[in-house]
Design a protein around this ligand. Structure first.
Ligand code: SAM
Length: 250
């Protein structure tokens, strides 16, 4: 049926795509993508072709009315980004807002995203986490943003470009304190995937000697407290508290 399909594509390993995503791409009348060359490589890998149009930061305002027109005529459109889930530090939010406002169907086709891939292997609490995206590039703005995130009671997840990673880890260690547990995931799902687990202080020190790591990076920082209780721990804690402070019958 007509509508906008938000299709997740791989974040490295080309096999990380769902059957439904491939079926949706095959059936779409139009595929809107950030970079037609990148998407063509993926389609060719799976023996697919399709009518591609570019939808990126620089042409989004012109493309949105055209996409709405196509949807008005009952066509189906798949939105993909260069990697992972569209709208996640990638274009698409305004499009989804406009398409829903115009009364058209928006259907997510879930799949890979570096947030969850990094988080589940980080050995940091996963019961609550905050995706902070990319930090501002200027030092003052970056430190201000980090300070605003300091008290969030969950794991913080940041995207970062490799050449800023050393600086960002140093700023995180300075603003949040060097003791906070942290993990740096690099090249997730690719041949040289690594997960460095430590503290903000230890990772900042390692990166100071290696200021320009190659590849794509997710930085994750544990919550302010030493750890977040597992549900089982909460029961045990309550029992202990009750034993120490018996409830008096009235
Ligand atoms: N939409 C994508 C997603 O769902 O993950 C994110 C796009 S954003 C423009 C690119 C950033 O995502 C990179 O700078 C990096 O921080 C992170 N990223 C993407 N792929 C990655 C990978 N394979 N390994 C580690 N980080 C990755």
């Amino acid at each position: 049926p007509g509508g906008l399909y938000i299709v997740s594509t791989p974040i490295g390993n080309l096999r990380d795509i769902t059957i439904r995503a491939l079926q949706t791409l095959a059936a779409a009348d139009i595929i809107a993508c950030e970079d037609t060359r990148t998407t063509r490589v993926l389609l060719r890998h799976y023996g697919l072709s399709g009518q591609l149009i570019a939808y990126h930061e620089h042409n989004a305002a012109e493309q949105r009315p055209r996409i709405l027109e196509a949807l008005d005529t009952g066509r189906s459109l798949a939105l993909v980004s260069d990697a992972g889930t569209p709208l996640i530090s990638d274009p698409g939010y305004r499009l989804v807002a406009d398409v829903t406002a115009a009364g058209h169907l928006v259907v997510p086709i879930p799949g890979a995203s570096a947030i969850l891939a990094g988080l589940v292997a980080a050995a940091l609490p996963t019961d609550a986490f905050f995706f902070a995206g990319f930090l501002p590039t200027r030092t003052v703005g970056r430190k201000k943003r980090i300070a605003a995130l300091a008290a969030i009671p969950g794991t913080l997840v940041f995207y970062e470009s490799p050449h800023r990673t050393a600086e960002t880890l140093a700023d995180l260690a300075e603003t949040l304190g060097p003791e906070r547990p942290a993990t740096m995931a690099r090249e997730l799902t690719k041949t040289f995937e690594t997960h460095r687990r430590g503290t903000l202080g230890s990772l900042a020190a390692e990166l100071a000697d290696e200021p320009d790591p190659k590849g794509e990076i997710v930085i994750m920082v544990g919550p302010p407290e030493a750890g977040v209780a597992e549900p089982g721990d909460v029961d045990a804690l309550l029992l202990r508290l009750l034993a120490d402070h018996p409830v008096k019958e009235a």
